[in-house]
Design a binder for this molecule. Structure first.
Ligand SMILES: Cc1ncc(COP(=O)(O)O)c(C=O)c1O
Length: 371
């Protein structure tokens, strides 16, 4: 594709329904504000991406982002809020690198592709107890506490609160005496979260929080202190915390957008407000799946994700037809992940209810014509 076709003025004003799993839709208000601030932020005559990461304007950006993040999640001073690079995948490595030593064991319920990858990274540093084998159930659910096979001396338990690919989620965090570590990448701040139950919560930004290139890490201060002290600086939570996420040049634009998303969330009723809207949106689509035999949900009904609705039509051929026709109705990003196949509607915080209504209507009509 040439640069000219990437920025075609004839189509520049049109937006369609974007069901992408990530990078994903951002709130319209945030995008409009960013358009202004890319040019000139806070009357400084300089755009947000052009400001020094150590200057007063960026000081304000990162301080407000952290304060709003704390307000939203009711995060106490016992925790550090960090903005790091390397996405959620870097956290798959940084966590065991800091806390899992040789001879130690950590509990990892395996609920899909992302936890499998996290387990692989952890095994480079210590022992992993796979506390639940989701593969045996085609990853159709997250484990109840009774299904978890925990070790008595785990240095932490790592779980993924929302499984982006299969569309399953934990309704409540797993019960354990070990420090609880959560990959919340695909549902961060989509519902209230009890930070105090956790030692670490992390999320790649590109689904619910901002653009790709930054990860939010909320980490209890005693964990920060417990991390290995012989690591390269960029892999040490303690060093990042000491420098206020500015150990090197941070992803300034990503942090700015995340800050704007936090403000948008605070202005939209906070986490209980967004949870209610998310539940209403997801129900519109699950109701169509449940209404007949045409669609099959991937997740068991009792642990369905409110962010990623994974489903199938009766055949792969019909899945393909569904995608082609959905595109003709201005709906994009509905193809399932290559590991799960089928179809998936990712309906993150910023995804509008009218897009869910449009999809539900399209699905009903498609089932009527092809059933
Ligand atoms: C639940 C979950 N964890 C981790 C990742 C990996 O994130 P990143 O690409 O930021 O490393 C993803 C990406 O889709 C995800 O959905």
């Amino acid at each position: 594709m040439t640069t000219a076709s990437l920025s075609d003025p004839k189509t520049a004003s049109k937006r369609i329904f974007n069901f992408s799993a990530g990078p994903a839709i951002l709130p319209e208000e945030v995008l409009h504000q960013a358009q202004q601030d890319i040019w000139n932020i806070a009357g400084s005559g300089i755009g947000i991406m052009e400001h020094s990461h150590r200057g007063p304007v960026f000081d304000r950006v990162i301080e407000e982002a952290e304060a709003d993040c704390r307000k939203l999640g009711n995060i106490s001073d016992d925790y550090e809020v960090l903005f790091l690079q390397g996405g959620a995948t870097m956290q798959f490595a940084m966590i065991p690198m800091n806390f899992l030593r040789e001879g130690h064991v950590a509990d990892y319920p395996d609920t899909g592709v992302w936890t499998t990858k996290a387990i692989k990274e952890a095994r480079l540093f210590g022992n992993v107890n796979v506390a639940f084998e989701g593969k045996d159930h085609n990853y159709d659910h997250t484990p109840s506490d009774a299904e978890l096979n925990l070790s008595s001396d785990a240095v932490y338990l790592h779980y993924c609160s929302n499984n982006t690919i299969y569309g399953t989620r934990y309704n409540t965090p797993p019960q354990t005496n070990a420090p609880l570590v959560c990959d919340a990448s695909s549902e961060m701040y989509s519902r209230p979260i009890d930070v105090n139950k956790h030692a670490i919560i992390y999320a790649g930004a590109q689904k619910n929080l901002g653009p790709a290139g930054v990860a939010l890490v909320i980490i209890r201060k005693d964990m920060v202190e417990r991390g290995r002290d012989d690591l390269p600086s960029m892999l040490s939570y303690a060093k990042h915390a000491k420098q206020g996420s500015r150990l090197n040049t941070p992803p300034t634009f990503g942090i700015y957008i995340m800050g704007q998303v936090f403000k948008w969330l605070l202005n939209s009723g906070g986490l209980s407000g967004i949870e209610q809207r998310n539940n209403e949106k997801a129900k519109l689509i699950y109701d169509v799946i449940d209404a007949g035999d045409f669609y099959r949900g991937v997740s068991r009904a009792d642990c369905r994700s409110v962010m990623n609705v994974s489903f199938r039509t009766p055949s792969e051929e019909l899945d393909r037809k569904f995608l082609t026709e959905a595109a003709q109705h201005d709906m994009d990003g509905l193809k399932g992940h290559r590991d799960a196949g089928g179809l998936r509607a990712s309906i993150y915080n910023a995804f509008p209810k009218k897009g869910c209504e449009a999809l539900a209507q399209f699905m009903t009509e498609f089932a009527r014509k092809n059933g």
